[in-house]
Design a protein around this ligand. Sequence first.
Ligand SMILES: [Fe+2]
Ligand SMILES: [Fe+2]
Length: 484
Amino acid sequence: MTATTATSGGKQVKTAEPPPSSPSLDPLPLLKGFASLRRLTGMYSQGHPMIGQKVKELQELVRQHLGHGPAFRVDIIHGDVYLDGVFASQDNQANMQVVREVTDLGVDSIQIHSGVGPEEILAVAEFLWQFKESSAGESIEAQLVERHVHHISLGKLVPLDTRCQAQQWPDAPTGPLDPAYEESLLLAQQAFDAVASGGALTAVTVRDLVHLLISKVARSNAALGQILAVKQYEPLTYCHSVNVAMLSLLLARQLGLDAPTTAALVEAALLHDIGKTRLPVEVVKKRGALGKWEKSLVESHTTFGAEILVDIDGLRALTPVVALEHHRAVKGTGYPDLGAGVVPHVMSQIVSVADVYEALTGARSYQAPTLPEQACLVLARLAGEKLNTALVKAFVNAVTFFPLGSLVRTSRDEIGVVVGTSTGDPLHPVLTLVTEGLDGPRGQVDTSTRDSSGAYERHIVETLRPQEGTLDATRFLAPAPADA
Ligand SMILES: [Fe+2]
Ligand SMILES: [Fe+2]
């Protein structure tokens, strides 16, 4: 099996290697076995000894694969074979024929669960023989169930459609997008479409996009506003990626990173989810909880991404590293499993903060976006475990969460108007308390005050949206200094 490596400042990062639990398993003989059993069932009558022999061989191969877990999955993506989302077999002449034999049938994903019997293996091979002529209509799943196959599923991977747009949310920004932001979305869409359809992504396109983001989008308040309140687009890969790149840039500025490091960060953030172009769109867009198999497929976008990026000449060394690591936690957990205690590179940590924030605040087709301040509270909860605390603090500082005059509720069920924020602790502003009926003031509290054990006395639990015209926040704010 081939392992791809990316270097980062002398540090070798493995991007594709069989998981430790499944040493030296090769799914190719399994595909070959299914292909030849399929042909045998077409050539010989039922019960022929050659068929029986091939079923036995396949059963043994399946048993070996199942020795490492309750199920396994073989995918063929652009001619390459993956076992449980890990690159397993190069597209070479010897393998090409068998791989094509399977994909020509319209099948490029096979999943097998423990409990599978020889009769199911045979039934799938027979099904594949007849499948080519079978007319479309009933789903593959239903046809397999009819044949009493319950432990094997066959699937087709459909390239990601990056053009889907979300339904419009009532409070989505209206009016045209900032031209620089719109141009960057278009460029990103073209780049991601190219990769999704098997084409090449060039370093020049990426540089152009990074330049556009840094030189124009970041300088436009309108564009930043649209990114911070992204509600207009389905965050399918390209749009999500542009936003994560911009939010990472925002954090880079807050941290005072130099220009070359910032450019490297924006490039890595832009491409962190490029591996999603290899996932079936129905899995990427699925609402609600994912099944085990779908979950592991989605998690493979990290290794897929690193593999895509490591092959592109001219990209910065850290770009594949960030794609690989952005779902890993500062505590060394997360996916992919790179070994306990392996802490992600700080660039990956920055992208993780921006990524979580964007995922929360971006519109989903099935759920309204989380408000920025609530997303920040989620970040605060993840700080120390999943995310780097210092980076979360810097990020929260870069985005204003409780603007002066906003109406909030505390964990003590008090309602207050924000009258002051401290840069050191932006999630704990100073409030002037008001009544449910918004009468006040009823005194002032500093939510950053801690009790004797060091814990905050109160937190902000939600931002309230007063009905239009019911709150004149200016009367709670300190009067502007009188003109001389
Ligand atoms: Fe991701
Ligand atoms: Fe992401």
